[in-house]
Ligand binder design. Structure first.
Ligand SMILES: Nc1ncnc2c1ncn2[C@@H]1O[C@H](COP(=O)(O)OP(=O)(O)OP(=O)(O)O)[C@@H](O)[C@H]1O
Length: 597
């Protein structure tokens, strides 16, 4: 079975991230909508400048000030309407209690206030939801914009699961939970109005009730922060679970062939999900305590109002009645607020992970430089490319160097066909990624026509390359060249002897469900459509049959040369080694003098 028919949840490891031909687009403007590179805000919300900041507030601070202003106004109006209803009920009840006529006038005012409240409430809920969703969408786009312009090494070390959990799962979770908090914000407004009402009745009651509520909020916030660590653990366990889950899909063929492997993987999965369950249960326990506290808090507040406050009001039954009524009305909003407190912690942690991922992407991000359009790239008409004492080192998770490629000295002339040979792990793929600017040299220089490749021109330099790496990815359509003339594409399909398998309709290939060798041919078609100056082939011919291998070495490579293209091909096909202009051999990351292996 080919890769194309595999069930895949996550993209394969080491998959390259596509950049549009222009490199950076207008959409990237969102990268800076928070006023520049994302500020450091680790879990728990401490910014790098030492200021304590809630991640949720930071998310909401972005976006248009007009929208925020509108939401503030309609939410305040909604709270005002709600408070008005409470005041009217209170007033009517008081009149009834004193034996006075309530009257239809009051009923009309009550109904009008209700309509006003419903309209304001609706506008507030809808606008807030729209605002929150557009902030999340901007965050998602900003994250992906950072991913697509990230350094390859940064992406390789981050890991696919971490990116997937953060970009997809966390933002999805937030899009469900944040709108629920709108109700709590409205309740907050109502609570504020009720407190003001109580203050007008009796300042001492306001101080007691307000002080008690402030104390409760303070305890809640402290408690929330202490949950952050547990929430971070849940995130890590979820990432581990997803990573493990991907083995079932990416390694499906292997496990279906081998029951022991299948069982062992399943045992490991059970262990990982068990650990996830344990941390979630532990977290649940802490939430139960928090919930109990919130319930107790509400009843303590009622107890305070009903049993303690009257002690201060001997003889003022009218006032105490109003205060008790207002406080009882406060129970609803209080309960609404405390019920979403749990979500606040979860949302805070989720946003913490999102901002954490952004920080890591920012740390390894190349400087934001607007590259010239490809047609105007100074390197398009290059004559020579030189690696001068160029080195690159891989480091493991502990920061220890695990492999060093180089120092490499290689001079590449336009129109040359160069074969790169060497044993497994000798550094051929690394050298290719270094050559085309996917990896930044740790030492030495890369020069194109004598111009050193730096952060400022690296993307322009990359644009002269097209590569088919061993871990290549076949996109669902030839992005960037979708508008290629169908007859040109059909001609290439026929040349790759895929005409009976694949068609090109409406800018996309009709299928990607092909054998590995056929998929590589399809990748080559895309590569040819991209029409770059230098072609990098990492063991492209390895999966081709003898017939097509022959075509590749004896027809296609000479064709590339005739069209003035430069080719660097990693190959183990020693019977075709005479088909190149030059052969460079690598061993232990170093070039072997004379090209012999
Ligand atoms: N993503 C990576 N992270 C860390 N180390 C890596 C990574 N890729 C390769 N290496 C290390 O670099 C060394 C060279 O790998 P590379 O893929 O360049 O060799 P190669 O010559 O292309 O091998 P092969 O012929 O097997 O494809 C390997 O031995 C490995 O230790």
């Amino acid at each position: 079975m080919s890769n194309g028919s595999r069930v895949i949840i996550l993209p394969p490891r080491g998959q390259r991230v596509g950049l549009s031909e222009g490199g950076f687009e207008a959409a990237d403007r969102d990268l800076f909508e928070d006023g520049g590179a994302v500020r450091k805000a680790p879990l728990g919300g401490k910014c790098h400048d030492g200021r304590s900041d809630m991640n949720i507030l930071r998310l909401l601070r972005g976006g248009s000030p007009e929208s925020r202003c509108f939401i503030f106004i309609v939410t305040s109006l909604s709270g005002l309407g709600n408070a008005g209803l409470v005041a009217l009920i209170n007033h009517a009840a008081e009149r009834a209690l004193l034996g006075q006529v309530v009257g239809t006038q009051l009923l009309v005012v009550y109904l009008l206030t209700l309509v006003f409240f419903l309209l304001a409430n609706r506008a507030s809920l809808q606008q807030t939801n729209r605002f929150v969703q557009s902030r999340l969408e901007a965050t998602r786009r900003r994250l992906v914009a950072k991913i697509r312009r990230a350094d390859l090494r940064t992406l390789e070390t981050l890991g696919q699961s971490e990116i997937y959990v953060t970009v997809a799962q966390e933002t999805d979770h937030l899009s469900q939970t944040l709108p629920l908090m709108v109700g709590a914000v409205q309740s907050g407004f109502l609570l504020a109005f009720l407190l003001v009402y109580i203050a007008t009745l009796s300042p001492i009651s306001f101080v007691i009730v307000g002080g008690f509520i402030a104390l409760g909020i303070f305890v809640f916030i402290r408690w929330q922060r202490s949950l952050s660590e547990a929430l971070a653990e849940v995130h890590h366990r979820e990432t581990a679970m997803l990573e493990n889950l991907s083995h079932f899909t990416l390694g499906f063929q292997e496990i279906r062939l081998n029951a022991d492997k299948n069982d062992a993987l399943f045992r490991h999965f059970a262990e990982v999900t068990g650990q996830l369950k344990d941390v979630v249960v532990g977290l649940g326990g802490r939430w139960v305590t928090l919930l109990q506290f919130s319930n107790a808090f509400v009843f303590l507040l009622v107890g305070l109002v009903v049993f303690v406050l009257p002690m201060f009001f001997t003889g003022y039954t009218d006032t105490i009645f109003k205060i008790v009524a207002a406080s009882v009305f406060a129970i609803g909003p209080m309960a609404a607020i405390t019920s979403v407190v749990r979500l606040v912690g979860r949302a805070e942690a989720g946003l913490g992970h999102i901002y954490g991922l952004e920080r890591r992407l920012d740390a390894g991000a190349p400087a934001a430089v607007e590259p010239l359009p490809r047609e105007r790239s100074p390197f398009k008409a290059f004559s020579t490319i030189d690696l001068a004492q160029t080195t690159f080192a891989y480091a493991n998770a502990e920061g220890e160097t695990s492999f060093v490629a180089g120092p490499l000295d290689l001079s590449l002339r336009r129109g040359e066909i160069v074969f790169m040979t060497g044993g497994n792990g000798s550094g051929k793929s690394t050298a290719l990624k270094l050559l085309c600017g996917l990896y930044k040299p740790g030492g030495g220089r890369i020069l194109c026509d004598g111009v050193e490749i730096t952060e400022a021109n690296r993307q322009e330099y990359r644009e002269i390359f097209s590569g088919i790496f061993t871990d290549f990815h076949l996109f669902d359509r030839p992005y960037g060249v979708e508008d290629a003339a169908p007859q040109d594409v059909e001609r290439l399909i026929a040349r790759m002897e895929l005409a009976d398998k694949v068609g090109f309709i409406k800018g996309r290939f009709t299928t990607r469900d092909l054998s590995t060798g056929q998929r590589k041919r399809l990748a080559l078609i895309v590569s040819l459509l991209e029409d770059r100056e230098v072609y990098l082939f990492d063991e492209w011919a390895a999966d081709q049959d003898a017939h097509f291998r022959e075509i590749f070495y004896t027809e296609m490579l000479p064709d590339f040369k005739a069209r003035g293209k430069t080719v660097v091909a990693v190959t183990h096909d020693d019977r075709y080694w005479d088909r190149c202009d030059r052969r460079v051999a690598l061993d232990l990351g170093m070039m072997i003098p004379g090209g012999a292996v």
